[in-house]
Design a protein around this ligand. Structure first.
Ligand code: SF4
Length: 478
């Protein structure tokens, strides 16, 4: 059931005899009305198209109320008024079109609705991946597309302003492919989002915010359903590396050795993004280490996106710059998802894999981040990430346990290339060990109700299984 500011003749805040409407909700065939009585006691009224038994309000037997401390005498006047108001409109008031539900989220940037609750199964399954309609990603080596270049068949290196790229040949090609029965023209069969079906309409969540943002989400969903190649939309999400520089030298990543601050994104880049901010939901900064960029840190500490309160900043970071003082300095931006590349469950493996600050220096930063997100009641907006290597293979399950203990999400990735001979994909035994550990992790995640994380783990496992079945013993990408 989703919240709505209006239900037939009722609106939130409306006065009734003996009370005032404080919240409204509806779903197909059902509705809920929350009323504050004169003494401020809250009473919830339910409407059901097929109630188990008739309610006590003669004008509308579909209306019942949940017992509370309030007496029936106190509830009766409100219930009779609700029944009289809703009877002429019932049950038509619950037949709300999905665009109206999203628009009805209003300005509240914390209000959400899952598309899985709005669209029929056939529509939810219509695209194997929705990234070409939702995301614009700037690759580390100049590639432009909807996702990580490692998953793309032929990453393009177009240049231009964000909207020129959004409507450019590369993004149109992805949309064409994903609107067809076979996305193989643009998408590798090893893409875990494709294999795991993790980026579909069923996984999308619409959010409240300013009217332009709600309208862009509605237009985006319509474009996905239509398979539109040239949608009249702007990106909901932009992903970019703030710099290739990194202060760590992780075994599997070349940024520590070859990255440079010389390619740091300049202020003009963020000004161009601010221009599309009205329709934007999320900016995700990658690296290198994004927080190594002074320009990016200034953006986080400034107010360039103050007029777009719905824009969340997401980070993939090693966490070393995210000290409690820096975290406090970023209080004016909406810090959304933070993915921390830990790659290890113990201090010794952390040092061996990441080759940067000691675990004892990073753990206080994690604790400050956890405290900040818990204060915002959003601990699951933190993800601990592990690239599975030979050096940390034995800690796959312990890593999930660490995330569980901290009540954050967990993510695994397969390594690209065979840097420092760390790829597990060149050896049957390491692939089998990773598959077994990922299966255990996915089962545990499912048992805990973390289906999306489990699906992502299964996506990586399916890539391993497919390569084993085909006898492929070589590093990714193909
Ligand atoms: S299926 Fe994979 S490669 Fe294709 S657009 Fe989606 S994320 Fe990118």
């Amino acid at each position: 059931m989703w919240s709505t500011p209006r239900l037939g003749p009722l609106t939130v805040g409306q006065a009734l005899p003996g009370g005032r409407v404080t919240a409204l909700g509806c779903a197909p065939g059902r509705a809920r009305v929350e009323v504050a009585l004169g003494d401020r006691a809250i009473v919830e009224f339910d409407l059901a198209a097929a109630p188990a038994r008739p309610g006590p309000f003669a004008a509308l037997p579909a209306l019942s109320y949940r017992r509370s401390a309030a007496s029936f005498a106190a509830v009766r006047a409100v219930g009779d008024a609700l029944a009289a108001a809703l009877a002429p409109a019932w049950p038509g008031v619950t037949a709300v079109a999905w665009p109206d539900v999203i628009d009805g989220l209003g300005d509240d940037v914390d209000a959400t609705v899952r598309l899985a609750d709005l669209l029929p199964a056939e529509a939810l399954a219509r695209r194997a991946c929705v990234a070409p309609w939702t995301r614009l990603e700037y690759g580390a080596r100049g590639q432009r597309g909807p996702c990580c270049a490692d998953f793309q068949v032929a990453p393009a290196d177009e240049v231009g302003a964000p909207l020129a790229l959004w409507h450019g040949p590369a993004m149109r090609g992805f949309r064409r492919a994903l609107a067809s029965p076979d996305p193989g023209a643009t998408c590798r069969a090893t893409c875990p989002r494709l294999v795991g079906r993790t980026d579909t309409l069923a996984a999308m969540v619409a959010r409240g915010g300013p009217a332009a943002f709600r309208a862009n989400q509605i237009a985006t969903i319509a474009a996905i359903l239509d398979g539109a190649e040239r949608p009249a939309t702007t990106p909901l999400e932009v992903v970019f590396p703030a710099t290739s520089f990194c202060n760590y030298d992780c075994l599997m990543c070349s940024h520590g050795a070859t990255g440079t601050l010389a390619d740091e994104r300049p202020p003009a880049f963020y000004a161009a993004l601010a221009a599309i901010a009205p329709g934007l939901g999320r900016l995700e900064a990658l690296g290198g280490e994004p927080l190594a960029s002074p320009v990016f840190r200034a953006v986080l500490g400034g107010d360039a996106f103050a007029a777009a309160p719905q824009v969340e900043f997401a980070l993939t970071t090693n966490g070393s710059y995210l000290t409690p003082d820096e975290l406090a300095r970023y209080r004016r931006v909406r810090l959304g998802h933070v993915t921390v590349s830990l790659n290890a469950a113990t201090a010794a493996t952390y040092q061996a894999v990441n080759r940067g600050l000691a675990w004892a220096r990073v753990r206080p930063n994690l604790d400050a981040l956890l405290a900040a997100h818990r204060a915002a009641r959003n601990p699951r907006a933190i993800t601990y990430s592990m690239v599975i290597l030979r050096a940390n293979l034995h800690e796959i399950e312990a890593f999930a346990a660490l995330a569980e203990a901290d009540d954050v999400a967990v993510r695994y990735m397969l390594p690209m290339q065979d840097r420092n001979r760390q790829s597990i994909l060149t050896d049957a035994a390491t692939m089998d060990a990773a598959q077994a550990a990922l299966a255990a992790v996915a089962a545990r995640l499912r048992a805990r109700g973390r289906a999306h994380e489990a699906a992502r783990a299964d996506g990586e496992r399916a890539v391993l299984a497919s390569r084993r079945a085909r006898g492929l013993l070589r590093a990714l990408p193909d």
